[in-house]
Design a protein around this ligand. Structure first.
Ligand code: HEC
Length: 150
């Protein structure tokens, strides 16, 4: 029994490790999943602003926290390694030709989102303010470093 449990845990750990290794091997997937999570969190806030979902202070703060945590987790070296502009990606070559500008655009999102995640929004107006602060950091980067979808 004890042995069985141990091997089950080992199998779990190996599976976990393998999937981490896979993500690291696939930076395009890694950053797209991260951006999707950020986009999903922002989308849930937009829904509250539009009244499509009821205002929920805890959920709103959690969404802001997701944006901040995911943004903080973006490490340019592993999410945007040289050569990862090829393939199914909307990442523009400007990321690698202007690394300082890209770094600054990321830092801006990290700072702004961390600031906004500090306090729970008390109203839809507070969510609007948070989005007004975070939103420009998204477009600031996308405008220059992400291929526009046709
Ligand atoms: C530092 C630059 C930068 C910032 C800041 C940034 N993004 Fe992105 N985003 C990108 C890049 C580059 C891509 C394209 C990634 C790829 O296709 O490899 C992308 C892609 C996306 C995608 C598409 C993901 C997919 O399904 O492929 C969404 C959604 C997205 N971003 C949302 C956001 C939101 C919302 C914010 C702000 C809260 C934000 N991004 C801030 C650079 C940024």
């Amino acid at each position: 029994m004890a042995l069985k449990l141990t091997s089950a845990i080992a199998a779990f750990l190996i599976a976990g490790f393998a999937s981490t290794a896979f993500s690291a091997d696939d930076p395009i997937k890694l950053r797209q999943e991260t951006m999707k999570a950020i986009g999903g969190a922002v989308g849930s806030l937009v829904k509250m602003v539009k009244g499509e979902t009821p205002f929920d202070a805890a959920a709103a703060q959690q969404a802001l926290g997701t944006v901040a945590t995911k943004a903080k987790g973006i490490d340019i070296a592993s999410y945007f390694p040289a050569g990862s502009d090829k393939g199914k990606t909307e990442a523009k070559a400007t990321i690698w030709s202007d690394p300082d500008g890209f770094k600054a655009a990321l830092a801006k999102l990290q700072t702004v989102s961390a600031e906004q995640a500090k306090t729970a929004p008390q109203s839809v107006d507070d969510i609007k303010k948070a989005l007004a602060a975070v939103g420009p950091a998204c477009s600031n980067c996308h405008d220059t470093y992400r291929e526009k979808k046709s």
